[in-house]
Design a protein around this ligand. Structure first.
Ligand code: GTP
Ligand code: MG
Length: 624
């Protein structure tokens, strides 16, 4: 039987995980034509390529010195932390990547904590050592010290804290155990490879532990789909052997949370070769593969050979802290640009999503045309919304809301986050000011040099409610220079009212087509969201008011032509600028009494109550 190693790659967002997998695939001879490969091949979903981030954990496999190495690439963004939690049990070892210039960041801590708890052997890879900030090796040593402190802080065992360290440039495809070699590898006076990394994986990560059980047992840790065979379960064979045609039992739970046992037959099995699933007759204990044969399977189910066997405990992952309402589209233009989703379809679609992604949870909404989805953050919602939009659906979503809890003695609790910001010192006071306004408290202010520029690393503890919708504002305030990340701190006492948005909305008071003449007259009132010649309806938001009240306005007014010359002169006046409403912008901007209308072609924002005479204009200070 072939020797196997199962490893996952974990890190804070952007520290180079997927780039490292590229290099590992390339150097192990997995690609037929390596030069033809695009970058970050594991980021195979459209939105992953477009956004340059990993959203879903994915498997690949390579062969090195006759050992099969199963690799699981994971996302680093905090919103997709659930992906890391659910797949980590497939691995025995983890490559922990830390950007040599940035050092450990919040998500480094989160994923390391999961890996330590799971008892994984950890190999530290200090990546991006080619960055100019790392030319000073003191910087790299500092990062190693910080990472070591993190290990101790998280209760690593002695064996785990005794981790090997590699210095790597994933982008150029080399790694070394010797820091003194790094300058030569960067200047290419010495040719580097990933051999030292592969060797560490083979020697330091143990062979998969095989459970002492007489029959086949596996836990479904991930799902995939093939248009050819349907739903596929991804899991690691914990004991025994699984083969095509085998009769197995799926141990799942029903909607009421009760256990159910359903027999099925394995119709197809796949093992990974590179990123490709290759059909196989059998999978041996220790290996990771895909199993076809049942459509209804869910992550956390156990697939067992014996009906009398005990299932694995279900994967327990951190609870969502935010929620969003999804609704059918009730706006007047509904169904014009896509397919207006029906209540039942909306429900089915969202339930399907929450089954494939255990970090999301579904709940019925307040009315039959609404559903509530619980998740971890704005980006996670934005990706789901964008995905549904690409499926040609039209629907609406409300603004993200935090989930409250009540303490045993009746106190109202809300989720908190620790926000870590790294930015040029000049912006620090403005940024802390913005967050202080939203009840954030500065807990750490650490100046450091980043190359020659003076930067600070700030830590701010803030109610999640205060941090929602703030990312772009913080980026704008720091001229795009701030590195922002956050981690949840759990529930703390409610911090009192926080105003969601200071500015009111400019709202169309009628249905019609916008005119340049009307919009020009409005420019000084605030920021416009629509261009001339756009269809609008009563209650649709066409801009942000500079004042804190909503303003109902006529954006369709035509200029009465008194003489030809005046009309001609007007052509020379053009609108200063329109703020295009993107999905991300809308999610951050939206207030409780507003909807985002999502269609395959447009993102519109609107008031929940459309007729202007039924709606107040004073935005009461929102206390939630
Ligand atoms: N200078 C330098 N840049 C690198 C290196 N490795 C990766 N990068 C760059 O870092 C960026 C992020 O790389 P990814 O591989 O997508 O990072 P990731 O950790 O997979 O990111 P997520 O999956 O979104 O968490 C890309 O622009 C890479 O080109 C490296 O060794 N040196
Ligand atoms: Mg990635």
């Amino acid at each position: 039987m072939q020797s196997i190693r199962n490893i996952c790659i974990i890190a804070h967002v952007d520290h180079g995980k997927t780039t490292l997998v590229d290099a590992m695939l390339r150097q192990s001879g997995t690609f037929d034509k390596p030069e033809k490969q695009r970058e970050r091949v594991m980021d195979s979903m459209d939105q992953e390529q477009e956004r340059g981030i990993t959203i879903q954990a994915k498997n690949a496999s390579i062969n090195w010195k006759d050992v099969k190495i199963n690799i699981i690439d994971t996302p680093g963004h905090a919103d997709f932390g659930g992906e890391v939690e659910r797949i980590i049990s497939m691995a025995d070892g983890a490559l922990l990547l830390v950007d040599g210039a940035e050092g450990p960041l919040p998500q480094t801590r989160f994923v390391l904590q999961k890996a330590i708890r799971q008892g994984l052997k950890i190999i530290l890879v200090i990546n991006k050592v080619d960055r100019p900030e790392c030319a000073d090796h003191d910087q790299i040593h500092r990062v190693i010290d910080q990472t070591f402190d993190l290990f101790l802080d998280l209760g690593a065992s002695d064996a785990q804290a005794d981790f090997p360290i590699l210095y790597a440039c994933a982008r150029e495809g080399w790694a070394s155990l010797n820091i003194d070699e790094v300058p030569d590898l960067i200047s290419e006076t010495k040719k580097g490879t990933l051999d030292p990394l592969f060797d560490q994986i083979l020697t330091k990560v143990s062979e998969p532990k095989i459970e002492d059980a007489p029959t086949m047992r596996t836990l479904v840790s991930n799902l995939s789909y093939s248009s050819y065979v349907g739903r596929l379960s991804i899991g690691r064979i914990r004991s025994g052997r699984i083969f095509r045609g085998q009769k197995l039992f799926r141990f799942g739970v029903n909607a009421q949370g009760q256990q159910m046992v359903i027999p099925f037959t394995v119709t197809r099995l796949y093992t990974f070769k590179g990123m490709e699933p290759i059909e196989t007759e059998a999978l041996e204990a220790g290996d990771i593969g895909q199993i076809a044969g049942m459509e209804e399977v869910e992550i956390g189910d156990s697939l067992l050979e014996s009906e009398n066997d005990k299932p694995f405990p279900r994967i327990d992952i951190e609870k969502p802290t935010v929620a969003m309402i999804f609704s059918t589209n009730t706006a007047p233009f509904s169904g014009k640009e896509g397919k207006a989703i029906q209540p039942r379809e909306l429900r089915d679609r969202l339930i399907r999503e929450t089954k494939a992604n255990v970090a999301l949870r579904f709940e019925e909404g307040a009315s039959p045309d609404q559903c509530k989805v619980f998740g971890r953050g704005e980006l996670q919602f934005a990706i789901l919304i964008e995905q549904m939009r690409r499926e040609n659906y039209e629907f609406m979503v409300g603004c993200p809301q935090v989930i409250y809890q009540t303490s045993p003695d009746g106190e109202r609790l809300e989720p908190y986050e620790k926000v870590t910001l790294d930015l040029p010192e000049d912006f620090a006071s403005e940024i802390t000011g913005i967050l202080a306004e939203r009840k954030g408290i500065l807990t750490k202010y650490e100046p450091h040099f980043h190359g020659t520029s003076k930067r600070v690393r700030l830590e701010i503890e803030i109610p999640t409610r205060g941090f929602l919708g703030m990312r772009s504002r913080l980026l704008t305030a720091s001229k795009g220079e701030a590195l922002i990340s956050s981690e949840t701190l759990g529930y703390r006492p409610h911090k009192g009212e926080i105003l969601k948005r200071k500015q009111g909305a400019l709202v169309s008071d009628r249905t019609g087509v916008t005119t340049e003449y009307a919009l020009l007259a409005l420019e000084d009132r605030g920021v416009l969201f629509v261009e001339p010649g756009i269809d609008v309806y009563e209650g649709m938001i066409v801009g942000e008011n500079a004042k804190d009240t909503d303003l109902n306005i006529n954006v369709c007014r035509e200029k009465k032509l008194t003489n030809v010359r005046a009309a001609h002169a007007e052509i020379l006046v053009t609108l200063r600028g329109i703020h295009k409403v993107t999905l991300e912008f809308a999610i951050e901007w939206l207030d409780d009494d507003e909807w985002i209308e999502v269609t395959p072609k447009s993102i519109r924002v609107r008031k929940k109550v459309l007729p202007h005479n039924l709606r107040g204009i004073r935005r009461s200070e929102r206390i939630d």
